[in-house]
Design a protein around this ligand. Structure first.
Ligand SMILES: CCCCCCCCCCCCCCCCCCCCCCC/C=C/C(=O)SCCNC(=O)CCNC(=O)[C@H](O)C(C)(C)COP(=O)(O)OP(=O)(O)OC[C@H]1O[C@@H](n2cnc3c(N)ncnc32)[C@H](O)[C@@H]1OP(=O)(O)O
Ligand SMILES: Cc1cc2nc3c(=O)[nH]c(=O)nc-3n(C[C@H](O)[C@H](O)[C@H](O)COP(=O)(O)OP(=O)(O)OC[C@H]3O[C@@H](n4cnc5c(N)ncnc54)[C@H](O)[C@@H]3O)c2cc1C
Length: 642
């Protein structure tokens, strides 16, 4: 099963080898539990480990393999980020995709050797989503052949970029490029921020940390202002766009090609989300098979809480989602790598499809991951609320994904644009022009679902039902939009008036893709036992998801009330079937105790003893009487007694 999760037996074996090596290197372990550290201590600890990794990484992993890098990152540095997180996740990918060969030769080896630390600075205090209204400017000075970066007012301060505040000395900065008074829109520039020797900010640069956040507090998200700060013309990233010495602008082959660093993270982050969801569920499911509370049969001893159907209903559909996201994520990364290769050789024809897909997936996956982790926390009762579970930290980090790389609602609306265009093709009889991901929009569906009538259809009837609701909602939302425009409404106003319905279509389309990716994977599996276990999980997934969106299928009678009962019964049936495999389905992800960082979710299940040990190690327990008591509470009580 680990091979299915991680993509191959070799990958699963490599993960085990890497975990085993790390287990033997105490210098790479947390020196104390992260929840007992201050933010400064955590950052210090993380930087300490980073320097060891820079020396020893090659002995532990293949540093050119993103999957191995990510595993090393999660084991050693953890989910809360590190002082070089953006260096790996966005700075290097941005240079790789957007710098010319010559620029790459100059900067990439330095970045890879970690001579310099970089980040990706795009969002501003006043604008993040709407890139067209970013305010930072890069004005070309023909006389000196330099760009002058400037922050015209406080709302134009770069705000949020990870590791910008304190750690990075370089950044890819996105600014509106102005040449001879003409604004060419946002473009990426390589900018040195700090002196390479002293790490002091360079003159003309105002920079700092934006303060603590809900999570990710090892990352120094920062602010940045420029005061007429000059950089050479050749610091514009020029793989796709060029500006010649005389100010001539050579436009890129696709208007949005400069957005590739965002698409990179959107494609890769799905796996990250699946891992976080599976981690939280691993903790909650292991704990639920240790925790005994109450009786189902009063004549019997207290049961493990995992025996309760409500507990299973709370956890198991999310186990199925974690697998589904992992499989959909693997497909998306493959597609991304393909499109990136094509883009490098000038073929940009697949960019729109990739953008639409990643926008929808990013939104649905992060939202449902957040939901699943929060349920996992509640499934652990009081102990879930303790930082000893580590679930609250996982939750805080995971839901950051609902916001970064494009706010979820906004990204769903990006997918909706693609869906509406596809609907227009269907309506104008041009279904043959539909791309493969939306081809179902042009296929006539049956009048009713056959779900309960062909139960062994190998999920075909389920897929058809998902297709039916997605198609119906897409065409309905598109009709609403076109209808408003026909009545004379301006395009943008009509769009806004339909946006809730449009986003519903985007979610349904994305959920269909996730189901299909799960079905595709299960169909490929040769090993009978693995196939059986995953088929049970897939049954639970399709029935649970369908129940969740049933209103869309009920409203036009595609599903009947009796079919809904059938689907509900299937959910209960598969909850019971999955119960014996539940812990194994999560242990198969092979998270080490070092990586999980959870007292509650330890592999040995020795929960209570370790919780007590953990509590005793709390800094508050270093002394029996705190100074808050001697200084304030004790005098107060004494005064009251007089
Ligand atoms: C050992 C130690 C190692 C440690 C390091 C570990 C290394 C690991 C190695 C690698 C593994 C990677 C694993 C990753 C795991 C993830 C972990 C995450 C970590 C957390 C990092 C967080 C970092 C966060 C960064 C950021 O948030 S950066 C800022 C992001 N900002 C946004 O996303 C802004 C959102 N807004 C937009 O994208 C745009 O403004 C918009 C798309 C909404 C609108 O754009 P615009 O206004 O310009 O466009 P229009 O509306 O005019 O036109 C729209 C048309 O353009 C098309 N379009 C838009 N975008 C694209 C695109 N990207 N591609 C193609 N087409 C695009 C639309 O479709 C429209 O087309 P149409 O007109 O035809 O409809
Ligand atoms: C943990 C974290 C890490 C980050 N790291 C980085 C980084 O490294 N580099 C970087 O540059 N940035 C980074 N960011 C910033 C991040 O990319 C932005 O916060 C994000 O893109 C959302 O933009 P915003 O903050 O402007 O939200 P807003 O756009 O102001 O969103 C506020 C609300 O308005 C709604 N809204 C906005 N526009 C529309 C629209 N057109 N239609 C409908 N609704 C709309 C949204 O849906 C939302 O409900 C990070 C953010 C976080 C939380």
């Amino acid at each position: 099963m680990a091979a299915q999760i991680w993509g191959s037996e070799k990958r699963a074996r490599r993960r085990r080898e890497i975990s085993a090596k790390i287990a033997q290197m105490p210098e790479l372990h947390d020196s104390k539990p992260l929840p007992f550290m201050t933010r400064e201590e955590k950052i210090m600890e993380s930087a300490r480990k980073l320097t060891i990794l820079t020396e020893k990484m090659g002995q532990i992993i293949d540093p050119t393999d993103p999957a191995e890098l990510y595993h090393l990152n999660n084991e050693v540095l953890g989910l809360e980020g590190n002082p070089m997180a953006l260096h790996g996740v966005m700075f290097i990918p941005a240079l790789s995709a957007q710098a010319s060969d010559e620029q790459q030769a100059k900067w990439l080896p330095r970045a890879l050797r970690r001579e310099i630390i970089g980040t990706y600075a795009q969002t501003e205090l006043g604008h993040g989503t709407n890139l067209q209204n970013l305010e930072t400017t890069a004005t070309y000075d023909l006389a000196t052949q330099e760009f002058v970066l400037h922050t015209p007012q406080i709302t134009a301060l770069k705000w949020w970029p990870g590791n910008l505040g304190k750690s990075s000395n370089y950044a890819v900065v996105v600014a509106h490029m102005i040449i001879k008074a003409k604004n060419y829109g946002p473009h990426p520039f390589m900018v040195q921020l700090r002196d390479e020797k002293t790490h002091e900010p360079l003159p003309g640069i105002t920079i700092g940390d934006i303060g603590p956040k809900m999570a990710y507090n090892i990352v120094d998200n920062g602010f940045l202002g420029f005061n007429k700060y000059r950089i050479p013309r050749t610091n514009l990233l020029m793989r796709h766009t060029k500006v010649e010495a005389d100010g001539t602008y050579i436009k890129p082959p696709h208007a949005k090609i400069n957005y590739s660093a965002m698409v990179h993270v959107r494609a890769y982050m799905l796996t990250g989300q699946a891992i976080m969801l599976a981690s939280a569920l691993n903790i909650a499911t292991r704990y639920s098979s240790v925790r005994r509370q109450g009786q189902i049969d009063k004549s019997q001893p207290e049961v493990k809480v995992l025996e309760y159907q409500t507990q299973q209903h709370r956890l198991f559909p999310s186990i199925a989602r974690a697998y589904a996201f992992q499989f959909a994520g693997a497909e998306t990364v493959k597609l991304y790598e393909h499109v990136l290769k094509e883009m490098k050789s000038g073929n940009v024809s697949l960019m729109a499809d990739l953008h639409a897909l990643t926008s929808g997936l990013k939104s649905v996956v992060t939202y449902q991951t957040g939901e699943g982790i929060e349920q996992a926390r509640m499934a652990c009762g009081g102990h879930g609320y303790s930082m000893a579970s580590y679930i609250s930290e996982i939750y805080g980090v995971a839901i950051g994904g609902c916001t970064y790389e494009g706010e979820n609602m906004v990204m769903l609306l990006q997918l909706a644009r693609y869906l509406v265009k596809s609907a227009a093709l269907v309506k104008s009889g041009q279904s043959s022009k539909l791309g493969p991901l939306v081809a179902y929009l042009g296929v006539k569906s049956e009048p009713t679902s056959l779900i309960d009538r062909i139960p062994n259809s190998g999920f075909t009837e389920y897929v058809k039902t998902f297709q039916h609701v997605s198609k119906r909602q897409t065409l309905k939302a598109a009709d609403m939009f076109f209808g408003l425009m026909e009545k004379g409404e301006k395009r943008e106003i009509a769009w806004n008036k339909c946006s809730v319905e449009l986003n519903r279509a985007s979610r349904l389309h994305t959920r269909l893709f996730i189901v299909e990716a799960f079905v595709r994977r299960v169909n490929e599996i040769a090993d009978i036992r693995i196939k059986e276990a995953l088929t049970d999980l897939l049954h639970l997934h399709v029935n649970y998801e369908l129940l969740d969106i049933a209103s869309y299928a009920l409203e036009d009678g595609f599903l009947s009330a009796s079919q809904l009962d059938y689907i509900r019964d299937q959910v209960y049936l598969y909850l019971g079937k999955i119960r014996p495999n539940a812990v194994s389905l999560l242990d198969s992800w092979e998270f080490s105790d070092i990586e999980l960082r959870s007292v509650l979710g330890r592999r040995d299940g020795n929960v209570y003893e370790n919780l007590f040990k953990w509590a005793k190690s709390s800094p508050l327990n270093k002394t029996d009487v705190l100074s808050s008591v001697t200084q304030y509470l004790k005098p107060m009580m004494e005064k009251a007694r007089l």
